[in-house]
Design a binder for this molecule. Structure first.
Ligand code: ATP
Length: 237
């Protein structure tokens, strides 16, 4: 479970995350939805211990990321591609991540198979497509078989087959009682994948709850999103 409470992040005088609170529950896929620049990555970076908050807390299984003993066994994340060096092979990259996190090397071929890269494990990452690189990042996130997955815009670069595969993979993951938090600016993606939605706009949460609650009274998730964010713009003015 992920619990974000009254989180604030400033860059200079600009407040990019403003009193953000939400929960991502076990056994559910939670979609974190907002347009570019809304504050999704800033929130996720704090959650994953890559940046510090000016106020508030972001907890994974009741602890801040930096207090986790074996972070990769608790939470797997995909932020921007795989981070693998071009000259490394997929296996080489994953073996290095596994070794530096006390995870047995035998897990490497397992996660390569899980993400559909079983046949290209000995190929260099420099020759990978964007979609393959995303799959490699996901493989690294899965190395520790974590309870919690945090993915920032994971469908970037995936072809339609890959998008469908990822949707089914994440739904299956949640069905085993794990927590999945998935950020996207693509409403269509979250409409078909998420159970719960957290909508962020201008650094503020404008709605959170079961997907059905967000769409009630609207023809589609897209209509609901524009209604929520238009309302927010009126508050601004
Ligand atoms: N290091 C930084 N210094 C100054 N401003 C920043 C910094 N990082 C992010 N911002 C600003 O914070 C706001 C939120 O950015 P953030 O990346 O969290 O949004 P996002 O919802 O993830 O959008 P995107 O999908 O475009 O990354 C934006 O206005 C961005 O310009």
């Amino acid at each position: 479970m992920i619990e974000v409470s009254r989180l604030v992040k400033r860059h200079g005088t600009k407040v990019v995350v403003r009193d953000v609170s939400f929960t991502a529950r076990a056994g559910r896929v939670t979609g974190f939805l907002g347009p570019n620049g809304a504050g999704k990555s800033s929130t996720l970076r704090i959650l994953l211990g890559l940046d510090s908050a000016d106020a508030g807390t972001a907890l994974i299984g009741g602890k801040p990321y930096r207090a986790l003993r074996n972070p990769l066994r608790t939470v797997g994340s995909l932020l921007e591609g795989s981070g693998a060096h071009r000259s490394r092979t997929a296996r080489g990259h994953l073996s290095w991540v596994a070794a530096s996190n006390g995870i047995p090397r035998s897990r490497v071929p397992e996660v390569l198979d899980l993400v559909g890269l079983g046949d290209v494990g000995r190929k260099r990452v420099g020759g990978f497509s964007l979609g393959m690189n995303q799959r490699l990042g996901l493989a690294a996130a899965l190395l520790g078989d974590p309870e919690v997955l945090v993915l920032d815009e994971p469908v970037n670069g995936l072809d339609p087959h890959g998008i469908r595969w990822l949707r089914e993979f994440l739904r299956a993951r949640a069905a085993t009682g794990r927590t999945v938090l998935l950020s996207s600016h693509l409403m269509s993606e979250l409409a078909s994948t998420a159970d719960d939605l957290v909508v962020i706009h201008h650094g503020e949460i404008v709605h959170s709850g079961p997907k059905g609650d967000v769409t009630t009274g609207h023809a589609s998730l897209e209509d609901a999103f524009f209604a929520l964010t238009d309302r927010e713009d009126r508050w601004d003015s």
